[in-house]
Design a protein around this ligand. Structure first.
Ligand code: THU
Length: 161
């Protein structure tokens, strides 16, 4: 049987097309870029999440002299929320970046490990996390659920068998 996987997302020409709440979140992600510690890659990533209580929490990539020990902005943020706000749902996460100090003009696509962590959090909180992806300027991608970018992801349900 032939099957097909599809998902829908929105693409905006510029961040000005975002609603007020999402624009605030994306601007917060731009701000979080400043807290990145990326002396090795020089690729600074910032993420901002809006929680169900309305709070906005920031995260950024934190690299290590032992390269694989470094952690992406998205997982820094998710793990910080999981430990500090275990009872809040994550409604949306905006992610932006600054490569080598040069303003970026297209969205960043989260890495595979972060996609898994995002899926873990959607399952843990039983709520979709909307993703808002953008560079400093240019197009913005709005993805209604992080699970869309990890098709056939490992949900852990098989562990219960
Ligand atoms: N990075 C992130 O923080 N998020 C991503 O989605 C992709 C990559 C970081 C990891 C590393 O510190 C740097 O960007 C270069 O890969």
């Amino acid at each position: 049987m032939h099957k097909k996987f599809e998902f829908e997302y929105e693409e905006l020409d510029a961040k000005e097309g975002l609603g007020p709440e999402d624009l605030i979140l994306l601007n917060a992600a731009f701000k979080a870029v400043d807290t990145a510690f990326a002396p090795y890659s020089k690729f600074k990533v910032g993420a901002a999440a809006r929680l169900s209580n309305g709070q906005i929490i920031l995260g950024s990539n934190q690299e290590s002299a032992s390269y694989p020990v470094g952690i992406c902005a998205e997982r820094t943020l998710l793990n910080s929320i999981g430990s500090q706000f275990p009872n809040e749902t994550i409604q949306a996460m905006a992610i932006s970046y600054l490569p080598n100090g040069v303003a970026s003009d297209h969205p960043l696509s989260p890495c595979g490990m972060c996609r898994q962590s995002l899926l873990d959090y959607e399952i843990r909180y039983k709520a979709p996390i909307k993703l808002i992806l953008a560079g400093k300027t240019g197009k913005v991608m709005l993805i209604p659920s992080a699970s869309h970018i990890l098709p056939f992801g490992f949900t852990g349900s098989i562990l219960d068998q």
